[in-house]
Design a protein around this ligand. Structure first.
Ligand code: ADP
Ligand code: MG
Ligand code: ZN
Length: 484
C-alpha cells in the first residue's frame, strides 16, 4: 500500500511592466516591432553606456507591493547577476538579490475548503533579456534585442501551494490584480507573464521539504497545472521505488506532457552577484508610498461589491464581469452611455461569451467600441429592431465593430410595422401548419408559440414577436367561427 504523499509547490512569476519605455533607457517597450529597432547603446550592452532608472518602474513595483500586502523597503538597491548568454549583451543582468524592493507579502486565494493565504517571500525589479530565434534550416541563431531592458517584476511565493488547482487559483488572482492595477497586461501567449514552477513531494506530516525540481517559463495556466500533476507523480514514483530526486531544472514539453532534465540547479553564488555600481540605492519615502496608495485604481473585490450595490446586479453576474478586466471595462463604458446596466451585463454574459467561444477569441481580443453595444441596446428598446436581429447585428459588432444603426439601414433589418403584411405572413403560416392550428384549437395553447416562431422565421426576425402573437390570436379566433 502506498503511503500518503503531499505535493509542495512554490512559484516564481515574471511580469513585464506596461511602461512606455525600458527600465534603464528611453527605448520603446512595445511588443513586436522590426527586430532590433527598439534598441540603443544601453540596452545592447555597449561598453561605457550607463543605465538611468525609469521612475515609473519603481512606482509600479510599489503599487504591486502594497497590493500583495508586502513590506516596501525604504532603501533598496540593484545587484548584478553575472552570466554569459547571447540574449544578454552586457554579460550580466541588473536585478535585485540582497535588498529587493518588497518582502513578506501574501495573497489570499479561494479553495474548495475556504480561503487560503499564500505567502510571498519577496518581489524584485529586474530587466528582461533579448530573444533568440533558432533556425534549423540555416543552422544559425539570430537575436532580437527589442525585449532587452524591458522592465520586469519577479514575484516569488513561499512553498505554500499544495496542488495544481491552488497554483492556478493563485496565478489567476495575481494576474487579475496586476491587470486592474494597470501595471501589466499579463499576456501569457506574448510572454508578458511567465511562470517558473518548483515542485517537491514529501510524506504527509513530514516536517522537512523534499528535494525540488524547477520547470521554467511555462506559458499557459493549463501548462502550469499539467506540469505540476506530471512532475509530482514522477517524484512519487521515484520515492516509492526508493530512488532519489535530482535537484535540477527540467524542461516541460507541453505537447507530449512530460518533462526532461535540462541542467543541474544553479545557485546564487554561481552568478557572482554584487551591488550594481552604476546605479545608486533607491530611497523610498513614506509620502511617495502614501501617494501611490491613494492613487490606486478600484480593485476586483471593490468592483464586485459596487456592481451589486450601485447597479443591482446579482453577485454571480458581477463576478463574471469582474473576473475578466475586458468585460468590466466594456460593462462600465457601455453602461455609462446607455444607463442600462442589467441589459449591458446580459449581452456580455450571454451573447458575447458565446461568440468569443465560437470564434475562439480571447477576451483581450475584444476591440469593438462600447458605444456600439450601447446603441444596439437602445435600438432594441426603441422597438426599431427585434431581439433576433439584434443578435445578428451584435455578431457583426463583435467581429467588425459595425455601427448598429448604419448596419440596420444598409441591410434593411429594421422592424416591419406594416400589420397588413404581417397578416399575410400569418395566413400562410396557418395554412402550412394546420396541425398546430388544430392543436391550438383543441386547447393546446402552447402551440401558438410554434406558429409565432414560424412567422418570425418567415419575417427573418424583422417583426415584433408581441405583435405577431396578437395578430395570430386574432386570426385563430376568426377561424373558430362555427362552420355552418
Ligand atoms: P531559486 O531562486 O534558486 O529558484 P529559491 O530559494 O528562490 O530558489 O526558491 C524558488 C521557489 O521555489 C520559491 O517559490 C520557493 O517557495 C520554492 N521552493 C523552495 N523550496 C521548495 C521545495 N522544497 N518544494 C517546492 N518549492 C520550493
Ligand atoms: Mg528559481
Ligand atoms: Zn535602449
Amino acid at each position: 500500500m502506498s503511503k500518503a504523499y503531499e505535493t509542495v509547490i512554490g512559484l516564481e512569476v515574471h511580469v513585464e511592466l506596461a511602461t512606455k519605455t525600458k527600465i534603464f533607457c528611453a527605448c520603446s517597450t512595445e511588443f513586436g516591432g522590426v527586430p532590433n529597432s527598439h534598441t540603443c547603446p544601453v540596452c545592447t550592452g555597449m561598453p561605457g553606456a550607463l543605465p538611468v532608472l525609469n521612475k515609473r518602474v519603481v512606482e509600479y513595483a510599489i503599487a504591486v507591493g502594497l497590493a500583495i500586502n508586502g513590506n516596501i523597503r525604504k532603501c533598496c538597491q540593484f545587484d548584478r547577476k553575472n552570466y554569459f548568454y547571447p540574449d544578454n549583451p552586457q554579460n550580466y543582468q541588473i536585478s535585485q538579490l540582497y535588498l529587493p524592493i518588497c518582502t513578506d507579502g501574501s495573497v489570499e486565494i479561494p479553495t474548495d475548503t475556504g480561503k487560503k493565504t499564500i505567502g510571498i517571500r519577496e518581489m524584485h525589479m529586474e530587466e528582461d533579456a533579448g530573444k533568440l530565434l533558432h533556425s534549423r534550416s540555416d543552422m544559425a541563431s539570430i537575436v532580437d534585442y527589442n525585449r532587452s531592458g524591458v522592465p520586469l517584476l519577479e514575484i516569488v511565493t513561499r512553498p505554500d501551494i499544495r496542488s495544481a488547482k491552488e497554483a492556478v487559483a493563485f496565478l489567476e488572482k495575481l494576474r487579475l490584480m496586476l491587470q486592474y492595477l494597470g501595471v501589466s497586461d499579463c499576456k501569457l501567449n506574448e510572454g508578458s507573464m511567465r511562470v517558473d514552477v518548483n515542485v517537491s513531494v514529501r510524506k504527509e506530516g513530514a516536517d522537512r521539504l523534499g528535494t525540488r525540481t524547477e520547470m521554467k517559463n511555462l506559458n499557459s495556466f493549463r501548462a502550469v497545472a499539467r506540469a505540476i500533476e506530471s512532475e509530482s507523480s514522477r517524484h512519487r514514483k521515484l520515492l516509492e521505488n526508493g530512488q532519489k530526486i535530482m535537484f535540477e531544472t527540467r524542461r516541460w514539453d507541453d505537447k507530449r506532457g512530460i518533462s526532461h532534465p535540462m541542467r543541474t540547479k544553479e545557485e546564487a553564488r554561481d552568478y557572482r552577484y554584487f551591488p550594481e555600481p552604476d546605479l545608486p540605492p533607491i530611497l523610498i519615502e513614506d509620502a511617495w508610498i502614501a501617494r501611490i496608495e491613494k492613487e490606486r485604481p478600484e480593485m476586483p473585490e471593490e468592483k464586485l461589491e459596487r456592481y451589486q450595490r450601485e447597479f443591482g446586479l446579482p453577485k454571480y453576474d458581477a463576478s463574471i464581469l469582474v473576473g475578466e478586466k475586458h468585460f468590466a471595462d466594456l460593462f462600465e463604458e457601455a453602461t455609462a452611455l446607455c444607463g442600462k446596466p442589467k441589459k449591458v451585463s446580459n449581452w456580455i454574459m450571454g451573447e458575447l461569451i458565446c461568440l468569443l467561444r465560437e470564434n475562439e477569441m480571447a477576451a483581450d481580443k475584444i476591440s469593438f467600441s462600447p458605444e456600439n453595444l450601447a446603441k444596439l441596446i437602445d435600438l432594441v428598446d426603441a422597438g426599431q429592431i427585434s431581439g433576433t436581429v439584434a443578435k445578428e447585428i451584435f455578431a457583426q459588432i463583435v467581429t467588425k465593430d459595425v455601427d448598429p444603426e448604419k448596419y440596420m439601414d444598409e441591410k434593411c433589418l429594421g422592424m416591419v410595422e406594416d400589420e397588413d403584411l404581417l397578416r399575410e405572413v400569418i395566413v400562410s403560416v396557418i395554412c402550412v401548419h394546420s396541425q398546430s392550428v388544430e392543436d391550438y384549437k383543441r386547447g393546446k395553447k402552447r402551440a401558438i408559440g410554434f406558429l409565432v416562431g414560424q412567422a418570425m422565421k418567415t419575417m427573418r426576425g424583422k417583426a415584433n414577436p408581441k405583435t405577431v402573437h396578437r395578430l395570430l390570436e386574432e386570426a385563430l379566433s376568426y377561424e373558430e367561427a362555427p362552420r355552418a
